[in-house]
Design a protein. Structure first.
Length: 104
């Protein structure tokens, strides 16, 4: 049986903070894209929302360094960032049905 001292040393880090971080990223990013992207331009609010997400990600990763030090967690996080790029393309480009060709 483990002693109480080794119980805290052998702590198993779950993926709870990673799941929370990715979920918050997708929700905030999707809402920001919907509110600030149009056919003509990108509103400045999208850049403010992205800066807020960068700050939140930095703070969360800094607070949970042990969990984010694992290679598996880093790969999942990188794939989620690529997924946000795909989300921007789907919500900001494809869903708007903008006619990019302007007549002369």
């Amino acid at each position: 049986m483990n002693s109480p001292e080794s119980l805290f040393k052998d702590r198993h880090y779950s993926l709870q903070s990673l799941i929370t971080l990715i979920t918050a990223n997708y929700i905030v990013f999707a809402m920001a894209v919907q509110l600030s992207v149009s056919c003509e331009r990108i509103h400045w609010f999208l850049w403010v929302a992205l800066a807020g997400l960068v700050w939140y990600n930095y703070y969360t990763i800094r607070r949970n360094q042990e969990e984010f030090a694992e290679k598996k967690t880093q790969i999942i996080y990188a794939v989620s960032l690529l997924g946000m790029g795909l989300l921007y393309y789907l919500l900001g480009v494809v869903a708007l049905h903008c006619d990019m060709v302007k007549p002369l």
